[in-house]
Ligand binder design. Structure first.
Ligand code: 1CP
Length: 347
């Protein structure tokens, strides 16, 4: 296969270097808003798609080609490694992950096993290897962060207020730290295997950690996040993190040994840099619901983000959260071209 020359714009921005244009990719760029994805998904369960490296690679690559984005994100889920440590999880259409044996006590934590990625989930690493042969943009590997993964393990599925998770944390802090450490070990093993297989950057999704305040973040979460990122640093690839509704934690994140901070639409890039004093490269942060608005509105709001982002090197354009199934492919295609053209002219 003839590959296009490698596009390193995303990796350059992660390192805080000057780029030719602002690189762009979208969280959940492979998914239900694409007719091609829906067609494949009608033949396989989500798990079967993951198990089959050809299918997982196809879905990953297709999103890159269809949208013209500057990086690929591995097609898998933050729940992918969980069955290997003893958690039965099923991805239910229209709901998300559902777990039949949620964690309820310290003894449930004690029973969790260890992940051996190459033995337990070799198909993920095979997908990565296959993609590296095929892609001309960087491949981002990823994992769920301990709090977010624990929230599904304890609640048994998606949640609005995480009260069972918080009750566990406040009632049995020692058991909580054990759980965080086990999930920390899992994350380190998983992401290390992904990088060794060829992932060129890794992102930790801590989607729901914004449910905690700063003091609780420092006590219950920061230690494991520090350990994870310190350990991954040795791999030499950019480390990214992201959370929803977590602007109040941004200074805590800036202290972690992470390279890029992904933010949602509740804070501007300008405020993150100038008021919060964030020095690391930033990624974000178009409100995903805007993708359902008329193009003129999308363009105006995107310009605002880009004008702020371009003020210094080290900016990656993304949404503030994942693409909704209702979004039109054409809207994302137009947005990608717009970001590229606008930032090429104005940089
Ligand atoms: O292009 C991509 O981004 C595809 C890879 C990907 C990623 C990075 C998927 C596929 N899931 C994820 C991460 C993920 N999964 C997160 C972190 C990012 C975020 O906040 O969106 C979370 C919280 C999950 C859990 C999850 N898995 C949900 C959310 C449920 C909730 O609590 O609201 C859902 C709906 C899933 C299933 C899932 N994962 C991925 C896809 C394409 C789907 C839909 C599956 C289907 O076709 O039914």
């Amino acid at each position: 296969m003839n590959k296009a020359p490698f596009n390193d714009q995303f990796l350059r921005a992660c390192r805080g270097e000057v780029t030719d244009h602002t690189p762009v990719w979208y969280m959940r760029q492979a998914g239900r808003y694409q007719a091609e994805y829906r067609k494949i998904r009608s033949k396989y369960s989500f798990h079967e798609m993951n198990l089959n490296p050809e299918v997982a690679a196809e879905v990953t690559r297709f999103a890159v080609e269809q949208l013209g984005v500057d990086s690929a994100i591995l097609f898998a889920d933050i729940m992918t490694p969980l069955p290997s440590i003893g958690v039965d999880v099923e991805i239910k259409s229209g709901i998300g992950p559902v777990i039949d044996n949620p964690i309820q006590s310290r003894s449930d934590v004690d029973r969790l096993g260890e992940l051996d990625p190459l033995k337990d989930i070799p198909y993920v690493m095979e997908t990565i290897k296959m993609l590296r042969e095929q892609l001309s943009v960087p491949l981002i590997g990823f994992s769920g962060a301990p709090f977010t993964v624990a929230s599904y393990m304890i609640e048994g599925g998606p949640s609005k207020n995480y009260y069972k998770t918080k009750a566990f944390m406040y009632t049995d802090p020692e058991g909580w730290h054990q759980l965080m450490n086990k999930l920390g070990d899992m994350t380190i093993a998983y992401l290390t295997a992904q990088v060794k297989a060829g992932a060129q950057a890794v992102q930790l999704f801590d989607s729901w950690v914004g449910a905690l305040n700063e003091a609780d973040y420092r006590t219950y979460i920061a230690p494991v996040m520090n350990r994870i990122f310190s350990s991954l640093k040795e791999l030499g690839v950019p480390l990214l993190m992201f959370g929803v509704g977590a602007s109040h934690l941004i200074q805590e994140w800036n202290k972690l040994p992470v390279d890029v901070i992904g933010i949602d639409w509740r804070i501007t890039i300008k405020k993150a840099r100038e008021v919060e004093g964030i020095t690391k490269p930033l990624m974000g942060n178009l409100e995903p619901a805007l993708l359902l608005a008329p193009w003129e509105v999308i363009e105006e709001r995107t310009k605002e983000i880009l004008d702020q982002g371009m003020e210094k090197p080290g900016f990656i354009f993304n949404l503030g959260h994942g693409v909704f199934p209702q979004v039109k492919v054409e809207t994302l295609q137009r947005l990608t071209s717009f970001v590229h053209d606008y930032t090429r002219k104005n940089s």
